[in-house]
Design a protein around this ligand. Structure first.
Ligand code: NAD
Length: 461
């Protein structure tokens, strides 16, 4: 265990390059040991993780367990599957390549950079780190400065359990992030907003560094009439107000069939009381807004439309009540920017084509939610819209299924991760073709005279 003070960024990266060159990380047993160490590090620091999340976001312990510490399940899956994932995979060859064999060898990329956001500040660093370790890379981590308690805890934990020549945490804000981005990495994995995503990609382009961009956007939630109203309301209320709405895949706004809108709103209001009591400010199960800046940003959004429930705020504790807003205009700021807070605008439609047209007129979302039992409608929405992922008749839960690659499309992101997709993201798939010496047909060698007609026949053209 090495807890060296990290000073110079270039020196840290150079150290990691040297360590990578030793080839130790290519050994699958080494990677398995590191994954086990990571799990142990998390398990041994559970109370500190809960405390840091409480300090940064007033995150209830229950939510910290299900959305941050639960990342250990991903470690278990990586440990279980790593030998299989890292094996060279046989590739098919056509009959005319009969003397050859083809394989795809996954190999580590080298030294990678992971930049994290503040909303799930622990999980969104550790989850990509699992992929980076599994694939055999050295990693520099830059957590979000906006969640300072979690950032310093990550630095402490990683510093205690890992050699900085292998995994190192660099703390700081945009300036440090940009200093890191000026360096050459073999991959950059960024989670954050679309605006910063563009800065990251521009910086990466200078070194031709590949990027994974896990971004955000406005994720719509369509609600049709063919539903179980009680379950629908509960699942939407949970997904929207978990972490006080500061979830990249939270339903951003509702698109509700006008026939069911009054009933749905009534049910959501009922769920809010069930979940958080008559005054959510007193509920131990409701988070706070991360910073004064975000509080002020959200406060302005409360001016749009007509508040049906909620709307109360307390600047001193950065509290914003779970709020549902009706009668918003599509040109209101609340319908222009990602909300990323506990405010739920409700827009009604009379025909599903209107909802689909609205979604398609905007940047492709990270998540799309659809509540309906109507199979034809499910098919239509899947076919006629594009989004990073889709979850039917629930919210958020898609993130927990590690066989489903998680990522955006268009402005909501580039690339994906979770499970095998994480391993692939941090690996190069090296194609290896092998010939043998038992035969050497001369059809491809000059002189070509008399061979053209044969080759044309063989090619069937
Ligand atoms: P952000 O883009 O402001 O910051 C993310 C990271 O970038 C932080 O570590 C920050 O220090 C760094 N950064 C900030 N400004 C920078 C700059 N100018 N140059 C270089 N680096 C800079 O995002 P955030 O506010 O932390 O997170 C919220 C956003 O992240 C939302 O849009 C949300 O949807 C998105 N998000 C996406 C996912 C996902 O999995 N797709 C998950 C969580 C959050």
């Amino acid at each position: 265990m090495i807890t060296k003070k990290l000073s110079n960024l270039t020196a840290i990266i150079d150290k990691q390059r040297d360590f990578f060159q030793t080839g130790q990380t290519k050994n699958v047993d080494f990677r398995l040991t590191q994954l086990k160490t990571l799990k142990q590090a998390i398990l041994e620091n559970k109370p500190a993780i809960v405390q840091a999340l409480q300090a940064d976001l007033s995150k209830p312990e229950f939510e910290t367990y299900i959305s941050e510490i639960s990342v250990t399940k991903e470690i278990d899956a990586a440990i279980k599957n790593l030998k299989n994932w890292s094996k060279p995979q046989k590739a098919a060859v056509s009959w005319d390549f009969f003397s050859y064999s083809a394989r795809v060898h996954p190999e580590p990329l080298g030294v990678v950079l992971i930049i994290g956001p503040w909303n799930y500040p622990f999980q969104l660093i550790i989850s990509p780190l699992i992929g980076a370790i599994a694939a055999g890379n050295c990693t520099i981590i830059k957590p979000s400065e906006i969640a300072p308690h979690t950032s310093s805890l990550l630095a402490e934990i990683i510093g205690k359990y890992f050699d900085p020549a292998y995994i190192a945490v660099v703390e700081g804000g945009a300036e440090i992030s940009q200093q890191l981005l000026a360096e050459k990495f073999d991959h950059i994995f960024f989670t954050g907003g679309t605006a910063v995503g563009k800065i990251v990609m521009a910086a990466a382009a200078k070194h031709l560094t590949p990027v994974t961009l896990e971004l955000g956007g406005k994720s719509p939630c369509i609600v049709d009439t063919e539903i179980n109203l009680e379950y629908t309301a509960r699942r939407i209320t949970w997904g929207k107000f978990l972490n006080a709405g500061q979830t990249c895949i939270a339903p951003d706004y509702l698109l509700v069939n006008q026939k069911i809108k009054p009933d749905l709103i009534k049910s959501i209001k009922k769920c809010l009381t069930e979940f958080y009591g008559n005054n959510p400010a007193n509920s131990p199960d409701y988070s706070r807004i991360i910073s004064q800046n975000h509080f002020e940003r959200l406060n302005k959004l409360l001016k749009d439309g007509e508040i049906i429930t909620g709307g109360e705020t307390d600047q001193s504790t950065r509290y914003i009540a779970p709020t549902v807003i009706d009668h918003v205009s599509l040109t209101d700021p609340i319908m222009q920017e990602e909300i990323f807070g506990p405010i739920l605008p409700v827009i009604e439609y009379t025909d599903i084509t209107e909802a689909i047209a609205l979604i398609n007129s905007r940047p492709k979302p990270l998540a799309l939610y659809l509540f309906t039992q109507n199979k034809n409608l499910q098919k239509q929405v899947l076919q006629e819209t594009s989004s990073g992922g889709v979850c039917i008749n629930d919210t958020i839960m898609q993130v927990g299924v590690s066989s489903l690659p998680f990522g955006g499309v268009g402005e909501s992101g580039i690339g994906s991760y979770h499970g095998k997709a994480s391993f692939d993201t941090f690996s190069h798939r090296k194609s290896v073709l092998k010939n043998s010496f038992w035969l050497d047909l001369k059809w491809r060698y000059a002189p070509y005279k008399d061979k053209l007609s044969t080759i044309k026949r063989m090619m069937g053209i």
